[in-house]
Design a protein around this ligand. Structure first.
Ligand code: GKR
Ligand code: MG
Length: 459
């Protein structure tokens, strides 16, 4: 369009590859994780011979919009990455703002009502291209991606938390869950865990394996008081630990207050303890929860885009927005981190099951986040040691991931592993995440209810 060539490499190929990996029978408000999770991988190649990678949630909507974006990305210069991203953004969301893709089936419409619907947001499409372009630009310039985000590198290692789940008994299903992937944590992560003691054992296994000091229990499964007892069990084993509990907004405000009030010594903060009810928005109930309990709040449900963030801030509803770079974009997530640092909030990140490309993306976004951050969510411990798409995934040691010094994202694609994960996808996947399917083995006829624990008190 009449502008001079930047002299930076040009993208010559873009591939969009759906991939799948194995998971445990992890319980949450929406049911039980299936034996497989899916993701979408983007590979860009430039005429300097570099490969750039991006990873985002799976799903037909994200996949097809990414495929449609190929002609907008191929032929672009990596030095003009912002222009390319604007083109993609405009194609994806002509009106601006957070966008959901077209619902293509009744099953997907059902999923859209559930907390993990943020994975279907079209910002994920932008992020997949953004991460891969930044990876290429970093390789061209010889700098890590975190140095290209916001004000650049702010830290050399990123604290991560042990994301603990109640685990269903896979032997009560005929689904192909793995029985074990080794010893210690690699054995433990496949066995049933439903009691406070079993949760504390899980926590201990993650400490042995990864050295965590921060923990999060996924709630919305048992009654609130029992989940708080599991938090107390973790604290009893690790008194210095920072622990949080996330029922995905399942508790009515009165119950959230009853469960948490007086437990500030157990909870470092409360993640989505309550949500919308009786005509009040989740931001309003979270603000009331904070005033009633004095406990700090985090969310990946009620401040998930800039407009929600503005309302949330006016109400003082949220102290810790969990700005997952997958649905905030990497640049957007860091922009929110800068705002948190300036406005007295704490930045953190939400996650979902993911491969090692996403682990690198989380690490670089968090490395560029200024000020105090909270240990970020990652599901990686449920996949680590077995799943990988890169030659050498970043490692969690001492509860932290060292920020790579290598150019770009600092990870190299392993094409054999990518091929195998794609073959697995073709064999097992294709439909939207539906946690009700596996849950029905534990509770026949089970259906999702946003205000009812998934296991406690169910038939
Ligand atoms: O993996 O079951 C899960 C989580 O419940 C996930 O879907 C949530 O999006 O991790 C998330 C959260 O913090 O709400
Ligand atoms: Mg959450």
């Amino acid at each position: 369009t009449g502008v001079a060539n930047t002299g930076t490499p040009t993208v010559v190929a873009m591939r969009v590859i759906p991939v799948a990996g194995c998971d445990s029978m992890l319980l949450n408000l929406c049911g039980a994780h299936a034996p497989y999770f899916t993701r979408t991988l983007v590979l860009l190649e430039d005429n300097a011979g570099h490969i750039g990678m991006g990873e985002v949630p799976g799903g037909a909507g994200i996949f097809s919009v990414l495929e449609q974006s190929i002609p907008l990305v191929v032929g672009s210069e990596i030095g003009r990455y912002n222009g390319t991203l604007n083109t993609v953004r405009h194609a994806v969301a002509p009106g601006g703002g957070a966008q959901r893709h077209q619902v293509t089936s009744a099953a997907e419409a059902e999923v859209l009502k559930q907390p993990h619907e943020i994975n279907l947001r079209l910002e994920n499409v932008v992020t997949a291209v953004e991460a891969a372009l930044l990876d290429l630009l970093g390789q061209h310039l010889g700098v890590p991606v975190c140095e290209l985000l916001g004000n650049g590198r702010q830290r050399d290692s990123v604290p991560m938390l042990a994301y603990l789940f109640y685990i269903g008994d896979r032997r009560r299903t005929d689904l192909p869950y793995l029985a074990s992937t080794g010893d210690g944590w690699y054995q433990r992560r496949h066995q049933e865990a439903l009691t406070p003691d079993a949760i504390a054992d899980l926590a201990a296994a993650t400490v042995d394996q990864y050295g965590f000091r921060d923990f999060k229990l996924k709630g919305g499964v048992m009654r609130g008081a029992e989940e708080m007892a599991a938090v107390a069990a973790i604290k009893a084993r690790f008194p210095e630990a920072r622990v949080t509990l996330d029922p995905n907004g399942a508790w009515p405000l009165a119950e959230a207050i009853a469960v948490c009030k007086g437990n500030a010594h157990l909870l470092a903060y409360a993640e989505d303890p309550c949500g919308p009810e009786h005509g009040y928005s989740g931001r309003e109930t979270m603000a009331e929860f904070k005033r009633a309990t004095g406990i700090r709040t985090a969310t990946n449900m009620v401040a998930t885009d800039w407009r929600q963030m503005a309302h949330s801030h006016l109400l003082g509803a949220v102290d810790i927005p969990l700005a997952d770079p997958h649905f905030w974009t990497m640049q957007g997530s860091v922009r929110l981190a800068q705002l948190c640092a300036d406005w007295g909030m704490t930045w953190g990140s939400h996650s979902n099951n993911h491969f090692d490309v996403s682990l690198a993306m989380f690490t670089h976004a968090a490395a560029a986040a200024p000020g105090e951050i909270t240990a970020i969510d990652t599901h990686w411990i449920w996949q680590e040691g077995r799943e990988r798409l890169t030659r050498e995934p970043l490692r969690i040691t001492g509860g932290e991931v060292a920020v790579p010094r290598a150019p770009g994202l600092g990870v190299t694609p392993d094409f054999d592993r990518i091929g195998a994960a794609h073959a697995l996808y073709k064999k097992v996947a294709g439909t939207a995440r539906d946690d009700a399917v596996a849950m029905r083995y534990l509770a026949p006829g089970w259906t999702y209810h946003p205000k009812r624990p998934s296991l406690a008190g169910r038939p």
